[in-house]
Design a protein around this ligand. Structure first.
Ligand code: NI
Length: 399
């Protein structure tokens, strides 16, 4: 099960699509041009296209050429493959020919490559249809913080276009091309957001005794929050509390009336997540009260942890191993404290999210870097993984 020759034959086409997406980045829920191109290509290959889920989401549905047994749900087995389409609000610093043509927007996470690899697989599978069952190609919007996967689910994805298993794939620039990695259980962390408003009493900077200084209170809160992980979390567990923003004041000699703190919380275990949220409230309110100020906490649970199910992860690792060899597939890759909205799909459907290495080409730097680029060399590899996965998950019956 090596790289599929037929897919390698249209490597040049895939490279052209990928560079076209790269040159025309679109932010979450605004992927109109990208969705249009994806839908046009799928339609050209005879794939049924469903649009409008999650604003710009596109789902292609393709049935295998071989008879498939009913799974008991009144239909044959359905496998879903998911790619993300959105870019990031940042300025590209590359100057190659396919660099972003849109100021302040950039494909710095490789979603242009993800979309292209899934298109490559769709084209091959539409030509061959050498499987029994149904595959759905999910092109989702707004992975970067806006929850496009959840939006598609809220718009009825699972009811309108049901599937039994779902798989995701993301490039990982720190891993060489030709390597894949996954693990059962947590792949990525839960990501939450918080805003803390500290209310004091403003006054003259030279006469602090007339005021309650919210800058000093906020500083104590930042310091005390550090204990939530360092002292309050099991050292064998993993969690992060980062205060990433402090806003207060407007002049050298004015003590402001208010200070605002914001940040992010990462965790894997539900009980850790609950404890960190409660701890942020308790410390903020308690420290403020002790210093004669008041604090209000707005805590928002954003993405759940990305949890791979064991059977589907083992299956996906097997597909990757038959393609790349035992030594090239890391089956117990360390989880990342980053987050991924594919988690919303995995919360509801068994499946596996995997990393595909891409170092050695492209921009050669980590995702979200202004010099990042997707490595076009791995396009046939990723597309072959998808195609092999479908043919393995939906094998034709042997009479
Ligand atoms: Ni990404």
């Amino acid at each position: 099960m090596p790289i599929i020759n037929r897919i390698a034959e249209f490597h040049a086409d895939m490279t052209a699509w990928r560079r076209d997406f790269h040159a025309h980045p679109e932010l979450g829920f605004e992927e109109f041009r990208t969705a249009e191109k994806v839908a046009a290509l799928l339609t050209e290959w005879g794939i049924e296209v469903h649009r409008g889920l999650g604003v710009t989401g596109v789902v292609g549905t393709l049935h295998g050429a071989h008879p498939a047994r009913d799974t008991g749900a009144g239909r044959p087995k359905v496998i879903a493959l998911r790619a993300d389409m959105d870019a990031l609000p940042m300025q590209e610093e590359n100057d190659f020919a396919h660099a972003s043509t849109v100021p302040g927007k950039m494909h710095a996470c490789g979603h242009d490559g993800h979309t292209t690899m899934l298109l490559g697989a769709a084209r091959y599978l539409a030509e061959t249809r050498n499987f029994a069952g149904t595959v759905r190609f999910i092109f989702q919007p707004a992975e970067e913080g806006r929850g496009g996967a959840l939006r598609m689910i809220e718009d009825g994805l699972l009811e309108k276009l049901p599937f039994d298993e779902v798989y995701g794939l993301h490039n990982w620039p720190e891993m060489p091309a030709g390597i894949m990695a996954m693990r059962p259980g947590p792949m990525m962390a839960a990501a939450d957001l918080f805003d803390i408003t500290v209310s004091g009493r403003g006054g003259h900077g030279a006469m602090p005794h007339h005021s309650v200084d919210p800058v000093v209170v906020a500083s104590q809160i930042v310091t005390a929050l550090q204990t939530l992980v360092s002292r309050g979390t099991d050292p064998m567990d993993n969690a992060v509390v980062s205060v990433t923003r402090i806003h207060a004041g407007s002049a050298y000699n004015v003590i402001p009336g208010e200070a605002r703190l914001s940040g992010t919380v990462r965790s894997f275990r539900p009980e850790t997540r609950d404890r960190l949220e409660a701890g942020i409230r308790r410390i903020s309110e308690g420290v403020a009260a002790a210093l004669e100020a008041a604090a209000t906490v707005d805590y928002r649970r954003n993405y759940p942890p990305t949890l791979n199910t064991p059977a589907e992860t083992d299956f996906a690792a097997g597909v990757a191993t038959r393609m790349l060899g035992e030594a090239a597939v890391m089956r117990d890759f360390e989880p990342s404290m980053g987050a991924e909205d594919f988690a919303f799909m995995l919360e509801r459907t068994p499946g596996c999210y995997a990393w595909i290495g891409q170092a050695g080409g492209g921009g050669g730097c980590m995702v979200h870097n202004p010099r990042y680029d997707f490595n076009d060399e791995i396009l046939p590899l990723g597309a072959s993984y998808w195609a092999n996965l479908v043919e393995a998950a939906l094998p034709r019956e042997v009479a």
